[in-house]
Design a protein. Sequence first.
Length: 174
Amino acid sequence: METVQISKIKKDEILQLQEIGRQTFYETFSESNTEENMKSYLEDGFSIDKITNELNDENAEFYFAKIDDKIIGYLKLNFGQSQTELKDDKALEIERIYVLKEFHGKKVGQILYDKAIEIAKQKNADYVWLGVWEENPRAINFYKKNGFVEFDKHIFKLGEDEQTDIMMKLKLTN
């Protein structure tokens, strides 16, 4: 496979981020959710206002995965008070790793994941944590394979639907 490049997303790439965000989320979850709930989440969760705020947040970082300048996936990390829950200064949250369906099984998710761990170590995080939908066995297995363990659950709202995410964490040895 061609080489995957990882690059930090810049503020002028907001439309590309919105597009890859919506496309990968839809590909990943549309079969398991109503069209109405998907539409609602894609409009709100990937609105220009929301993405602009996230890109301007100094405690959040986004990275594109590209092959020959084609965006094939992305990563979103949160630190400190920008974490969706724990808000632990010694932790890093992987909020999103999404890859276009046509590139599943080609190690793109692993490359994005490895970037997240590299950043966590640079920031001297004690552990990395994330939430993953309980009905997404592919992602759960991916994180377990990388050493994550379950430690809690939380509710994720997709439109009107309340879904359970499994919270997982990985202790880092610096």
